[in-house]
Design a binder for this molecule. Structure first.
Ligand code: ZN
Length: 486
């Protein structure tokens, strides 16, 4: 129905354009997934939640979507350069574990956090180590086409050669001359012909933990290659949408364009989408400066930045209040405000279920629900959608007060569309912030009993309740604002 109206900002052309998929009714969507060597951080979560919104909306307006998001479990070197240790292998060495134990641990953490944020899993979640053969085949094709060279058991992409026939730097808006003059000297990377060249395959030393045989010797694939190999395998030589964080534009996505074009002659992606970063109290999040918070620390309240714990749905709602291409600043005050807004919205959805109808509506409901679509059709503008939903909230509360009226048909329409946009598209689970619907009354009762025990100084009982809940996976936290659970 609204398929024809979707406008999408393409990072490659730098403008908002009408979305026209390659195959009618079908969208191939690829998003760069996490490198699983540490707990997923909030900035990454924001990217994945932004593309979860894109995925959900495309499905809602009737597309069949194949959503692929990879797991990087090899090849991502420290400092994102061609030199240095593999991030996962380094962690494995430091913790005396198998690299795959690191991969398993942080993949599980990633899935858990995504689930807490109510993010729908992708249709395919391929791993780099599971696609070594496809990566070797792609390297061979690039070599055969003359855009790469072998050197001492490694294979490098020949950027200057590629640039003779295709613009390298078109996505990030960089010129090859500037890139060359800004690149450091070879720094002992004498295997490369030129500093800009990037690794497709790296020769591995004996002590290297993750390595495979290849036509060029024992080694491992370069980081940029996995996304090209896996997107080609599952979505084809050319597919519709490729997403990721802005920090991936260069060199990662620039290299993906070069690899795809060099291996099969086609630029691989029709629409490039990039999400913006988030900040914490106005400053860049960074582990090294300590200005950093993990999702779990946000949910439990165990952090130095927020005055209280926040439910994952509140955090998700907060993220929806900024457009994916804008930066978003996490502060305690902003999250408290988002929590109030979220509760108001959830309350209105409940009110909607028992509104009284009358002959005629005092507001044009089709226009109102149409504004939800207009917002999302405008490059997935979630903050405008949220503003329009609050127009609806205002109206719902006025109908409840009796100052406005709604007809039976309009009420059905409003219920249908409000639920679709809040629950299915924004991905906000219905129910009170802080827990799921069925558990809430039970938890209220249990926490009352615990409170009584505490007031009677019956510590045995209160500890028994707390420990029993912990065994059931429920963490209770007491603060000056009362008791919360997660
Ligand atoms: Zn990628």
């Amino acid at each position: 129905m609204e398929l024809k109206d979707l406008q999408i900002y393409n990072s490659l052309s730098g403008e908002k354009v009408k979305f026209t998929p390659i195959k009618e009714g079908f969208v191939g969507l690829y998003v760069c997934g996490p490198t699983v060597y540490s707990n997923v951080h909030l900035g990454n979560c924001r990217q994945f939640i932004s593309f979860d919104l894109v995925y959900r909306y495309l499905i809602h307006i009737g597309y069949k979507v194949r959503y692929v998001r990879n797991i990087t479990d090899v090849g991502h070197l420290v400092d994102d350069a061609d030199q240095g240790e593999d991030k996962i292998a380094k962690k494995a060495r430091l913790e005396q574990l198998e690299p795959m134990e690191i991969v398993q641990q942080y993949t599980l953490d990633f899935h858990k956090v995504m689930d807490q944020f109510n993010s729908i899993p992708p249709n395919i979640e391929p791993t780099a180590t599971g696609h070594i053969i496809e990566q070797i085949e792609m390297i061979q094709a690039i070599l055969d086409n003359g855009f790469a060279y072998e050197s001492n058991g490694s294979v490098y992409f020949d950027v200057e050669k590629y640039n003779e026939s295709h613009p390298y730097g078109e996505l990030s808006g960089r010129k090859i001359e500037d890139l060359i003059s800004n690149t450091r000297d070879l720094d002992g990377q004498e295997e490369k012909r030129a500093p800009l060249d990037f690794a497709l395959w790296k020769n591995a030393s004996d002590e290297h933990l993750m390595k495979w045989p290849s036509p060029w010797g024992i080694g491992f694939p370069g980081w940029h290659l996995e996304c090209s190999a896996m997107s080609t395998k599952y979505l084809g030589d050319e597919f519709d949408i490729h997403g990721g964080g802005m920090d991936l534009k260069f060199p990662h996505h620039e290299c993906e364009i070069a690899q795809g074009t060099a291996s099969n002659g086609k630029s691989p992606v029709r629409y490039w989408m990039h999400g913006n970063m988030l900040t914490l109290n106005g400053k860049k999040m960074s582990k090294s400066t300590g200005n950093s918070i993990l999702p779990d620390e946000l949910f439990t309240g165990e952090n130095d930045f927020m005055e209280k714990p926040f439910d994952a749905m509140v955090v998700r709602f907060f993220m929806m209040q900024a457009h994916y291409r804008s930066t978003l600043d996490f502060t305690s005050d902003a999250l408290v405000a988002a929590e109030k807004g979220y509760e108001k919205l959830a309350e209105a959805l409940k009110t909607l279920n028992d509104l009284k109808t009358s002959g005629e509506s005092s507001l044009n409901i089709q226009e109102l629900t149409g504004s939800f679509y207009e917002a999302m059709n405008d490059d997935f503008n979630a903050p405008i959608l949220v503003a329009n939903l609050f127009e609806a909230v205002k109206f719902i509360n006025s109908v409840k007060d009796g100052t406005q009226s709604i007809s039976k048909e309009d009420l059905q329409l409003l219920q249908k569309e409000m639920t679709a946009f809040v629950v299915d598209i924004l991905g906000l689970k219905q129910g009170k912030a802080g827990g799921d619907d069925k558990l809430s009354p039970v938890m209220d009762l249990v926490l009352d009993l615990r409170q009584e025990a505490r007031e009677n100084k019956d510590w045995t009982t209160s500890d028994k309740i707390r420990d029993g809940l912990a065994t059931a996976g429920i963490v209770v936290k007491d603060s000056k604002d009362g008791t919360t659970w997660n």
